[in-house]
Unconditional design. Structure first.
Length: 328
């Protein structure tokens, strides 16, 4: 019988399939079902920097009420209820108690600030690791690309200083050199990289002349970009890699690991096919491994990465040229 267990960020996982941050983690029974059908781990839906800032502002507003009144007038102080960030922390604690599989908290950020202290509070809930989802886009024409990368590194360093649990960084594909960014994060002792983040891409409604936002589920074609970058980075860093976006089948899991991924993250395929479909993906992976004679994931991880090519650049260029010439 093949062994599909792995280790991600130093944490043993029974399987290489991690349920990514999504609506699946918004209900305990869904999380429990994911565990039953074979998920190796699950990333809890993100706590956003904006939620933390709103909670902090509300708290400051509460404290300022009645500030000009005499100190004995206690009735001026309102009842303080939990803000969004505090509710999130309670939800993470509740989920942690409901399952045994590894759970990763998720922080979604755009800048440095006092919000990073919530990383320590998330750690206190008992999660096994933290996934840092940094939203950095080049929209300011006066900012060079290197300054955006520096912002990312500073945010990561600040979060790493707050916690002792392993940290994964979820990247966007829009950096000038993703391999260099990966190497820089590796030097900062990040335990894993998640490739890639999917940003909301608004369109324009010409009838209302306004922006129209809609969340689309990933398609299998989207996996190609992540797979290409994972295969380029493998062997150049010590950190693990999670391939995210476009993984829909057991065959996709095999492709990801051949390229160099430690684990895959999935959500769209479960929202389309149902959470129990995860077990089908695992059976298909096991069947493929059996047919190929692999007993463990490590036996084929990275076999088709650039690291295992004699001349990586020539290999990639040759594939590009051959593809173009075959169209004529």
């Amino acid at each position: 019988m093949v062994d599909i267990s792995t280790t991600y960020m130093g944490i043993p996982l029974k399987t290489p399939i991690v349920v990514s941050a999504s609506s699946i983690s918004s209900m305990v029974d869904r999380v429990q079902m994911a565990e039953r059908v074979g998920a190796g781990a699950l990333v809890i839906r993100s706590l956003f920097e904006e939620q933390i800032q709103v909670s902090q502002q509300r708290f400051d507003d509460y404290l300022s009420v009645g500030s000009n009144s005499f100190s004995e007038a206690l009735s001026f102080f309102p009842d303080i209820e939990h803000g969004q960030a505090d509710e999130h922390l309670m939800w993470v604690e509740k989920t942690r108690k409901a399952v045994k599989m590894p759970l990763f908290a998720s922080l979604n950020a755009v800048s440095q600030g006092s919000w990073v202290h919530y990383a320590r509070q998330l750690e206190s809930t008992g999660v096994d690791g933290l996934e840092l989802n940094v939203y950095i886009m080049g929209t300011d024409p006066t900012k060079p690309g290197v300054s955006l990368e520096q912002e990312l590194f500073e945010i990561v360093e600040a979060v790493k200083a707050e916690v002792s649990i392993p940290v994964a960084v979820k990247l966007s594909p829009y950096f000038n050199s993703i391999v260099n960014v990966a190497a820089e994060l590796d030097q900062r002792k990040v335990e894993a990289l998640v490739l890639f983040n999917r940003f909301v891409r608004p369109t324009i409604d010409i009838e209302t002349e306004s922006l129209h936002h809609e969340m689309f589920l990933s398609s299998p074609e989207e996996m190609r970009l992540s797979l290409n970058r994972v295969a380029r980075i493998f062997g150049h860093i010590k950190a693990d890699m999670a391939l995210n976006t476009g993984v829909h089948t057991g065959a996709d899991v095999a492709r990801a690991i051949l390229g160099g991924a430690t684990v895959v993250q999935i959500a769209s395929t479960l929202l389309i096919n149902g959470i129990p479909y995860l077990s089908t993906m695992l059976r298909d992976l096991e069947a493929w491994m059996g047919e190929k004679g692999y007993d463990a994931l490590a036996e084929f991880r990275g076999n088709l990465s650039q690291k295992n090519c004699d001349d990586p650049f020539a290999f990639e260029r040759a594939q590009y040229v051959n593809l173009l010439l075959s169209q004529h």
